[in-house]
Design a protein around this ligand. Structure first.
Ligand code: ATP
Length: 326
């Protein structure tokens, strides 16, 4: 978990449990979302991401554990009004309203005045590139356009925390890219939590991530830590010599592993002054080239996807009534 104090967390869930009948959706989930972060929530289908969002927004109540939203306890319609917004997974919009009417209605619900709502709606329509469809009825929009209205409404006003459940699901690549750029541009202005199955997207847009599996957080932290960007370099070699001993000597003290099948050399080290990833990579490459190796590629850390795929498959969560703690 990220090591942040209470006051630095925009959202904190501690030991949260949630059952739907006999289904244990959340099983003691601990999650800390640092204030100001762009935080990715990833996990397989049914891991509990949407349930986590729903509890954070106050749409569902936790059966066990505590929730603290913006240092104001669990969601409270008065205390948190206008401060927390969400794009639900299957956002339902008023189909017979026009896009402008829909956004205006949601802006007013957020507590914005009539004038502020008008300028906010204009700003949002521009941001999500729907100005030309402003007067059209919601039911005439494509799936991707509906998604963009949903994303836009989540940024109306000045929310401190925005929860986006699979924001780019169903968008064409260009639109998905523009939404990613839009979200990335919001960095530092507010806290944003994104759930997505697109790990490349999470890696590109987010600075923190939590991997959820079977209702529990199994790994969390800054993306660079989770993927080992600051302590791992992988060098793929083409056919030819593998001067392993020379490389090990050049990197005295750092771990050097050679994967014969993948032909990948993995260097693991602890960064310190004068021993940054660049320094370690430079020493290794010099030794490799001097020994006649042919370099195919160099990369830092593992991709989030690799990290995710390497996680051991867990056991199914216990059903209520037959809990056997490990
Ligand atoms: P996905 O990636 O498929 O959207 P998720 O990580 O968002 O999944 P949840 O939707 O939170 O997962 O579901 C967690 C578990 O709770 C699943 O086993 C799911 O079947 C169950 N569940 C979710 N909503 C309900 C519900 N309303 N009634 C019964 N079970 C539910």
């Amino acid at each position: 978990m990220s090591d942040v104090s209470n006051s630095d967390a925009a959202l904190r869930l501690s030991a949260v449990g949630k059952n739907y009948g006999r289904i244990r959706a959340l099983d003691g989930l601990d999650l800390v979302v640092p204030s100001g972060s762009v935080f990715g929530l990833v996990g397989p289908n049914g891991a509990g991401k949407t349930t986590t969002f729903s509890i954070a927004c106050g749409w569902l109540r936790a059966d066990q554990g505590t929730v603290d939203l913006l240092n104001g306890g669990a969601f409270d319609a008065v205390r948190h009004r206008g401060r927390v917004t969400a794009l639900p997974q299957d956002s339902a919009l008023g189909r017979d309203m026009t896009v402008v009417e829909q956004l205006t209605y949601l802006g007013r619900l957020q507590g914005l005045g009539a004038k502020a709502t008008r300028s906010e709606v204009e700003r949002i329509l521009t941001l999500v590139k729907l100005t030309d469809r402003a007067g059209d009825r919601v039911r005439t929009l494509s799936h991707g356009m509906l998604r963009r209205v949903g994303i836009g409404q989540a940024f109306l006003g000045n929310p401190e925390l925005v929860l986006l459940d699979e924001p780019t699901n169903g968008l064409d690549p260009r639109q998905a890219h523009s939404i990613r750029e839009f979200v990335a541009a919001q960095r530092g202005t507010r806290t944003i939590v994104i759930s997505s199955h697109n790990l490349h997207e999470i890696e590109t847009v987010c600075d923190h991530v939590a991997l959820i599996d079977r209702g529990r957080v199994v790994m969390a932290g800054p993306i660079s830590t989770v993927t080992g960007r600051n302590g791992e370099v992988r060098i793929a070699l083409g056919d030819g010599p593998v001067p392993l001993e020379e490389t090990r000597m050049a990197l005295s003290g750092d771990a050097v592993e050679w994967d014969q099948v993948a032909r990948v050399l993995t260097l693991r080290f602890i960064e310190k002054p004068g021993r940054a990833a660049e320094d370690v990579t430079g020493s290794a490459l010099r030794a490799l080239l001097a020994g006649g190796a042919r370099i195919s590629s160099v990369s830092r850390g593992q991709s989030l996807e690799r990290k995710y795929l390497d996680l051991p498959a867990g056991r199914p969560p216990p059903l209520p009534g037959d809990r056997t703690e490990t």
